[in-house]
Design a protein around this ligand. Structure first.
Ligand code: MTE
Length: 344
């Protein structure tokens, strides 16, 4: 049952999993010369340059900095409604172990291939069955809505997990501003389609065989649930491209593939929209994709997950997976009449 009181400013109730800010792991500094060369597009040529020339390249960016996409600090209201007892995954892990097939299918491809991604100008449209269609430009994304920080558990369908402090605003606040028309039942989401910037959209092999643009969807009740979050930042700063800049969805009770990145269109509809992974392999990836330790993926169990922390994926600790990723008190009611084995 959703406890509505906990969402009213000032009357929120503390849970044992709520924590103070200083328990969130701080940003760690990333120093990797090999990646600097790759990001500069020098590849093998760069690696074979004489040491002195290489040193000159590094001096351009200072000794400890990579020439990466620039993020900036976000201002958001404190304290947050959502905190966790678990420490957050180190930032260096959360931004270097990603799934963003538009930039390649390996976990490090998005970090390595997305640093030149341009997010300004940007346009996000909210359209379809709404009273007031909205277009948000790049500045609107961080300025039109009061931002808050939420530390959520994040569980990928591949059975790894992280804990990430996101900054953003609720999806419901945006949909309410647009005004939902009667008869609406679902909400569809679409990622940018720009093959010149996204190599995976140009090259079928690099893009994992997905038919782009990447699309996702929710029922209207799911979209209006207080947990559904539009993130514009993480670890206190605007999103880097590999994490879905400039705006992405975060749905902590669902498998990570529902949390669509770099969104350009939100469409309110009167039927269930097609979704990327469901179209690709309907027997493996359902429309709902709720985290459920009792429903195995056809090729692996979902009962446990590798929690990614300091040590990386293979030294990661294996922990039990929780029903709805531990967010049942907010979302279980949405599915009380649904057979979750059939509608996985
Ligand atoms: N959104 C787009 N547009 N393209 C993608 O390939 N991958 C999804 C999701 N959103 C994906 C996407 C998957 S499978 C996961 S697990 C999460 O993004 C990963 O988010 P993260 O890289 O921030 O951990």
């Amino acid at each position: 049952m959703v406890d509505k009181k906990r969402f009213i400013k000032g009357i929120k109730q503390k849970h044992d999993w709520q924590l103070t800010d200083n328990q969130v792991t701080p940003e760690s500094v990333f120093k990797d010369r090999r990646n600097i060369i790759k990001t500069l597009g020098l590849g093998a040529i760069g690696a074979s340059l004489p040491g002195q020339v290489q040193a000159g390249i590094f001096d351009l960016f200072g000794k400890n900095e990579t020439p990466k996409f620039l993020t900036h600090v976000l201002k958001y209201a404190q304290p947050s409604e959502f905190k966790l007892a678990q420490p957050a995954t180190p930032k260096s892990k959360a931004i270097r172990h990603n799934n963003f097939y538009e930039f390649g299918t390996s976990k490090t491809d998005p970090y390595e291939n997305a640093q030149g991604f341009k997010v300004n100008p940007w346009q996000l449209t909210i359209e379809g069955l709404v009273d007031n269609p909205i277009t948000l430009d790049y500045d609107d994304l961080t300025k039109q809505f009061a931002l808050e920080e939420r530390t959520y558990r994040f569980r990928c369908v591949e059975a790894w997990s992280m804990v990430v402090p996101w900054v953003g605003f609720s999806l419901a606040s945006l949909l309410k501003q647009a005004g939902i028309k009667s008869g609406a039942t679902h909400v569809a989401f679409e990622t940018l389609f720009d093959p010149d910037q996204m190599p995976g959209q140009k090259n079928r092999l690099l893009g994992g065989g997905i038919q782009y643009p990447y699309v996702e969807g929710l029922t209207l009740d799911e979209a209006m649930n207080p947990l559904s979050f539009l993130a514009v930042g993480l670890y206190g700063k605007t999103l880097p491209p590999q994490s879905g800049a400039p705006i992405r969805l975060v749905l902590p009770w669902k498998y990570g593939f529902k949390s669509i990145k770099s969104i350009v269109r939100i469409r309110v509809m009167d039927k269930q929209p097609p979704t990327t992974w469901n179209q690709l392999a309907p027997n493996e990836y359902g429309f709902y994709a709720n985290v459920n330790p009792e429903v195995a993926h056809p090729r692996w169990s979902q009962a446990t997950e590798r929690s990614i922390g300091e040590g990386g994926l293979f030294s990661a600790q294996r922990i039990p997976t929780q029903m709805f990723n531990g967010y049942g008190e907010y979302v279980a009611d949405l599915y009380k009449n649904l057979d979750l084995k059939t509608y996985f």
